[in-house]
Design a protein around this ligand. Structure first.
Ligand code: CDP
Ligand code: MG
Length: 732
């Protein structure tokens, strides 16, 4: 039935088109037993952007817990009893009975591996225990998290538990946002931020303890941190190192850290009954919907958690579920449908955490955000179709893509475990027991083995680590991917022929951005347009959440968007126009509403822009605007993104200049109907086709001018254009 819904989407030239196409690739690649199964912890670069306001709202509430400072005595006693209730809750955590034993182990060993199930209190309690035991007298305690939203929400929680204002004793640090102060002793931060701290302080002298948390997630930054902290622990005997993980497979961590002892926190887990399907499901989405309804109609009370792969799938499931429950009649109790995915508006996110009303049942449709990062109370049934979206990287072409792939056994078990947190649970796996035992990998392939390494290589180089092939990786990346990264950094002039960091490279490393973006910014000095370029970089860093397109006002929204594309200036310039127009209205919210622009994204872009301006000052690049010189701005973009250039083909598709890969302009691009002969793009997204997103026209001779070591004249010979005038046969 959902195919009908999708047929409608297919008519739609913009974002929704992806929904339909995503199912198609889903179907094409969704085969158990294919050797292409890895799992990713979603693309946490921008996954949680929209949750930030939500977290901030809870942070504001956290302020109330600073009850000693309160004037109103009634409010004060209310806050005080809430605070005391929190202290009682702390004592009920599985971690609590092991407090002293843990402190003793930390005292006796420099490196400790800590294992305990999600929810046992590792993240929130251990740093507090260490603080209570006096470790913060010698320096801060760092606790790393793979996800920004986790760093923020955990810091907020711990500040409440300690009765202090967030940002004072307890703070967090994530990219583009530092919520700490001189007072801070417990610092929750993304793993990427701790990595960046090495740049300023290679021995992490201001820390007494480093806790690499959620180590099982094996993100790229966590893996690099392992190598760096292991190294500094050797010459800093006073530094305590904790590696904490939710999975039982801790020997690997222990082996890597020279047989560090393992501290196991016995979990409290209720039994989970696991069922499999008898035969493979042809259509897992439909199977998940049918199973949800069956549970709802036949099973005792308890909420349902369904793991799906992305927003489009979740929206489809939501619509079908709504449609089908309408027909159930009044005898069946209410089914509350709660989607949770990256771009879900903040107001709707709170719904997931609201307790289910008496007599009703909640069904949570989630991406694998709900696997370890997010705990939803009341879940008794888990439906696991066995898939997730995962990033993969092709070192030959340098292309990254998100693919729907089967999960690992570890992931499947983690998912099942979500149903047994507060009582016995049931997990319905929409695949066969044979599939589980024979087709799923034991563990997820670590990110370092399936990602672009350019950023990490640049960071390591700026830390003075030159011999990357012999770096102490827990699992080494493919040599090909390392070489590819070195090659790209050389092409961007960040490294010289000997692989040493150049002045350009050193400047680039100051920016917490992808090297191509950093290069675009550094190069803007030459074109006197740094002021414009950082606006563009900030807008690109916000992700694809600038414009919104409500279903009932699509035409209006599209017209508003196209206004910024007058003159076919390209998507980068359109982003700059949006930013500058917003600035001219004195950052008006009303203006955003009128133009179908998300004010939250714009505010974030402004914050990022401010920081980039500060970093420009640090690398001594003057802030100059050259907004009327379109070519100057385009050349700066090309200086960073020349590897992402493509040429139009006769059939309206494009071919990348370097690797001759067929690509297309994304339907949401302002140039989608214009089809310039040569383009430079920001990124590729793979649905049924490889789409270029954020596209700008380019003159081919720039490629040779800007990157003579990367392109030769023959690469940019414009033979096709001689035969066919620009835009021929296409509506202009
Ligand atoms: O790290 P681990 O998964 O072992 O547990 P934790 O994150 O320290 O969480 C312990 C408990 O604190 C959870 O079960 C929640 O009840 C509570 N918590 C919370 O209410 N809000 C948060 N942001 C984090 C934790
Ligand atoms: Mg944790």
């Amino acid at each position: 039935r959902y195919r009908d819904l999708n047929a409608e989407d297919k008519m739609n030239p913009f974002a929704e088109q992806e929904a339909w196409e995503e199912h198609q690739i889903g179907k094409a690649t969704l085969k158990f037993g294919s050797k292409n199964k890895k799992q990713v912890s979603d693309d946490y670069q921008y996954v949680f952007e929209d949750q930030i306001d939500f977290i901030k709202a809870s942070v504001m509430e956290g302020d109330k817990f600073d009850y000693e400072e309160m004037e109103d005595s009634h409010e004060k006693s209310k806050a005080k009893s809430a605070f005391e209730a929190l202290q009682e809750e702390r004592k009920k955590l599985p971690m609590f009975p092991y407090r002293d034993e843990l402190l003793e182990a930390v005292h006796n060993h420099q490196v400790l591996v800590i294992v305990g199930e999600t929810g046992s209190g590792k993240t929130t309690q251990i740093p507090q225990y260490l603080h209570e035991a006096g470790y913060t007298k010698r320096g801060m305690i760092a606790c790393t998290q793979p996800r920004r939203v986790a760093a923020m929400s955990v810091a907020a929680r711990v500040s409440q538990e300690m009765g202090v204002k967030l940002g004072h004793e307890v703070g967090y640090s994530i990219r583009f946002e530092d919520c700490t102060s001189e007072k801070t002793i417990l610092k929750y931060m993304t793993d990427g931020m701790l990595l960046r701290e090495f740049l300023g302080e290679p021995d992490l002298a201001s820390y007494s303890v480093v806790m690499v948390d959620e180590a099982h997630e094996r993100t790229l930054s966590t893996d690099i941190l392992f190598g760096l902290v292991k190294d500094i622990a050797r010459f800093r005997p006073d530094l305590k190192l904790l590696i904490s993980s939710a999975t039982l497979d801790a020997e690997k961590f222990s082996d890597y850290f020279d047989s560090a002892p393992i501290f196991r926190i016995p979990g409290r887990r209720y039994p989970v009954e696991i069922s499999y399907t008898k035969a493979p499901e042809a259509d897992y989405l439909d199977a998940a919907i049918v199973t949800s309804l069956q549970i709802h109609v036949t099973q005792p009370p308890g909420d349902i958690l369904v793991f799906l792969t992305g927003q489009e799938e979740i929206e489809t499931a939501e619509e079908i579920l709504k449609h089908r429950t309408r027909g159930l009649g009044t005898k069946i109790s209410e089914l509350i449908i709660c989607p949770i995915y990256a771009n879900l508006p903040t107001e709707l996110q709170a719904k997931i955490f609201e307790p289910t009303p008496e007599g009703a049942r909640k069904v949570v449709l989630a991406t694998n955000i709900a696997e370890t990062s997010l705990t939803i109370d009341g879940i008794k049934y888990v439906i696991d179709p066995g898939f997730c979206k995962m990033k993969s990287y092709n070192p030959r072409t340098g292309m990254e893509s998100l693919l729907v792939t089967p999960i690992s056994k570890a992931s499947a078990n983690q998912r099942a475990g979500r149903s047994g947190r507060t009582g016995p649970g049931k997990c319905f796996r929409l695949y066969t027991a044979y599939n589980y035992h024979n087709d799923l990998d034991d563990n997820t392939v670590p990110e370092i083995q399936r990602t672009n390494l350019a950023n990490v290589v640049l960071t390591l180089k700026s830390l003075g680590i030159h011999d990357l092939l012999n770096f102490d990786f827990m699992d080494p990346p493919p040599a090909e991917a390392l070489l590819k990264a070195l090659e790209l950094l050389f092409a961007l002039s960040a490294l010289n022929k000997l692989g040493e960091l150049t002045k350009v490279g050193r400047r680039m490393a100051e920016f917490p951005l992808d090297p191509m973006l950093s290069k675009m910014i550094v190069a803007s000095e030459n074109y006197k347009c740094s002021d414009d370029i950082i606006s563009i970089a900030a807008m690109l860093s916000v992700g694809n959440s600038i414009f919104y397109r409500p279903k009932d006002k699509q035409v209006h929204a599209d017209n508003a968007r196209l206004n910024f594309h007058t003159g076919n200036v390209g998507d980068h310039m359109a982003l700059l126009k949006v930013y500058n127009s917003w600035k001219e209205t004195n950052y008006s919210t009303q203006w955003c509403y009128e133009n179908y622009i998300q004010v939250r994204s714009m505010k974030r872009a402004r914050d990022i822009r401010d920081q980039l301006a500060g970093l420009l000052e640090r690398v001594e690049i003057e802030l100059t605007s050259n907004a009327n010189d379109l070519d100057a701005i385009k050349k700066s973009i090309t200086s960073g993104f020349f590897p992402h250039s493509a040429r139009l083909q006769k059939n309206g598709s494009y071919r990348t200049v370097k690797h001759s890969q067929t690509v297309h302009i994304h339907p949401s691009s302002g140039l989608a109907q214009v089809l310039p002969r040569w383009v430079v793009y920001h990124e590729l997204v793979l649905t049924t086709k490889e789409y270029m997103r954020q596209v700008t026209e380019l003159k081919p001779e720039w490629l040779v001018e800007i990157a003579p070591h990367y392109y030769q004249l023959k690469d940019v010979e414009d033979s096709y254009s001689k035969k066919m005038p620009r835009g021929a046969g296409l509506p202009s």
